[in-house]
Design a binder for this molecule. Structure first.
Ligand code: GLN
Length: 191
């Protein structure tokens, strides 16, 4: 079994480790470059992208992560993890940087205070039936999908909430907290 990492600097990495372990994967937390060297794929969890960005720089992980992404390692980002994988971010903090890789523009906290958190069912063609029960928590929206990336799921009003580009997968929502395992299975198939 391939070893998969979950970036464990901040956020809901424990939930991702539990889902991956439940699927039979050899899943380990990644906080150091030498731990990143040992994994064949990586999940970047939800949390706070500004903090994750700062910590990835403080832990000397930013450059190693970017190298692995460019090398084609499968990476799945949820919520803040999707922001970290995006090439362009709206409503970012002034000094906020992302790792990049996905040719998309995301807007942070796109649902505003009125609709901070909500759950909904999403049709996801690559996963088939039944619909995905998705939890959105101060979630980003993908406002622009560049030519290199593809839409994987959208809300009923057309707003894009899941994208893929080669081995990079990103969702605005958190399948790891609703008992949904098919996105993680889809990610593990990329390994
Ligand atoms: N709002 C957070 C950010 O900008 C993301 C929230 C989440 O990951 N649930 O990073």
């Amino acid at each position: 079994t391939p070893k998969v990492g979950v970036l464990a600097l901040q956020g809901d990495f424990r939930e991702h480790l539990a889902v991956l372990t439940g699927l039979g994967a050899d899943a380990v937390p990644v906080r150091r470059a030498r731990e990143l060297d040992q994994v064949q794929g990586l999940v970047i969890p939800g949390g706070e992208s500004t903090v994750m960005d700062k910590l990835s720089r403080a832990f000397g992980l930013r450059e190693p992560l970017q190298e692995r992404i460019v090398d084609g390692m499968p990476v799945y980002g949820t919520c803040a993890g999707l922001i970290m994988l995006s090439d362009r971010v709206l409503d970012a903090l002034p000094d906020q940087r992302t790792l990049g890789g996905l040719d998309v523009t995301v807007r942070r906290n796109a649902f505003g205070n009125q609709l901070d958190s909500f759950e909904t069912d999403l049709d996801v063609a690559v996963l088939g039936a039944p619909p995905v029960h998705a939890a959105f928590i101060r979630a980003p929206i993908v406002e622009e999908v560049g030519p290199a990336a593809s839409v994987v799921a959208a809300l009923g009003d057309g707003r894009v909430v899941a994208v893929q580009q080669g081995n990079l997968l990103g969702t605005s929502f958190h399948p790891e907290i609703t008992g949904e395992t098919r996105f993680h299975e889809h990610f593990l198939r990329l390994l």
